[in-house]
Write a protein that binds this ligand. Structure first.
Ligand code: ES4
Ligand code: ZN
Length: 331
């Protein structure tokens, strides 16, 4: 017995920033079915339960196949708004005060949905989240790495009129066989445009992909990055250069990067001084939103206590892409 607040309550209550959430990965089965009906889109599953049952993944690709199928119900600006608004309501309940949302325009433009429809719907939800929930947010446009460099350049071209609607670019989708080097020239162009740079690396791919993301793309944050431990010099570099890693514990277990949360290396990385953060990745698919990630992680790893909780929250603010004046206002 103690007079201290239980750890779970502290984790849930503390203000935090979320920096690694694919907004298409927040699409809950119920909303998928509602949008399918509203838009007259046919689904391969005949109930919410049947769809949820299909959420058993063996690796990243087995997840991505279902994730892209789920996104096929998104057609109108209102659909993108509804999806992001549902996320913001969940985020508010988890005491997320700042969120940086990834979106995958190519998943939609490939199906004939205009870029403008996607960005307008998401932007509208971001504005309303600020007004009604007090959550600040930013959008980060991701390139799908399984598609070509040319496709990425075309997407960047389509995005140019909407440049002021997003603060950065990222790289996601199937990692193995699609190294960051494939997109070196696209990211050089993005840097000229003053965009922040992030990239998924070292989730399923080798440590060399993390190094390519840093050296070739000039990534300011690494999404996942947990395989850095296979190269001790890289771990030292990430600590020395204070490169944030946006780690997603429940995602890593669902996609079999770690067998159990108890085997996750985030506590070890934190202990070695890396700027790690906790994030939900694709919460509708991986078993929970941000607080669920925190609570299950801290239950599984006895090295994690109140001190580490505070450090992880602090890291999330330090690693965010808001301007320094806004960060100072948070302190
Ligand atoms: C993703 Cl977990 C993960 N990894 C790579 N790309 C993604 N897109 C959505 N979720
Ligand atoms: Zn991700």
């Amino acid at each position: 017995p103690s007079t201290h607040e239980p750890l779970n309550a502290l984790l849930r209550r503390m203000p935090k920033a979320e920096l690694h959430i694919h907004i298409e990965g927040s699409l809950e089965p119920e909303l998928i079915f509602r949008l399918a009906q509203r838009n007259g889109v046919a689904l391969k599953y005949d109930s919410v339960e049947a769809l949820r049952t299909a959420y058993a993944f063996s690796d990243l690709q087995s997840f991505l196949d279902i994730y892209y199928a789920g996104a096929s119900v998104l057609l109108k600006e209102e659909d993108f708004f509804d999806m992001a608004w549902a996320y913001f309501e969940r985020a508010a309940a988890d005491n997320v005060v700042h969120a940086e949302l990834f979106f995958d325009p190519q998943t939609h433009t490939e199906r004939g949905v205009p870029f403008e429809t996607v960005v307008r719907g998401l932007h509208h939800a971001c504005q309303r989240a600020h007004q009604e929930l007090g959550i600040s947010s930013r959008l980060i446009m991701c390139f799908l790495r399984h598609l070509s460099e040319e496709d990425a350049f075309k997407t960047l071209e389509q995005a140019l009129p909407w440049r002021q609607y997003f603060v950065g670019v990222g790289l996601d989708s199937s990692e193995r066989g699609h190294p960051p080097s494939k997109f070196e020239r696209v990211f050089a162009k993005c840097r000229e445009l003053g965009l922040h740079i992030v990239a998924h690396a070292g989730e399923e791919g080798p440590p060399a992909y993390i190094e390519e993301a840093l050296d070739l793309l000039k990534a300011e944050r690494i999404d996942h990055g947990v395989r850095c431990v296979e190269k001790p010099e890289l771990v030292q570099r990430l600590a020395r250069e204070r490169v944030p890693l946006t780690v997603c514990p429940l995602s890593n277990v669902k996609l079999c990067v770690f067998k159990h949360l108890g085997e996750h290396n985030i506590a070890a990385l934190l202990q070695q001084g890396l700027v790690v953060t906790v994030n939900s990745d694709d919460p509708a698919y991986f078993g929970g939103y941000l607080n669920q990630n925190f609570v299950e992680l801290f239950e599984a790893l006895p090295q994690l206590g109140a001190r580490e909780a505070y450090q992880l929250a602090l890291n999330s603010f330090e690693a965010s892409f808001v301007d320094q004046a806004t960060k100072d206002g948070w302190k």
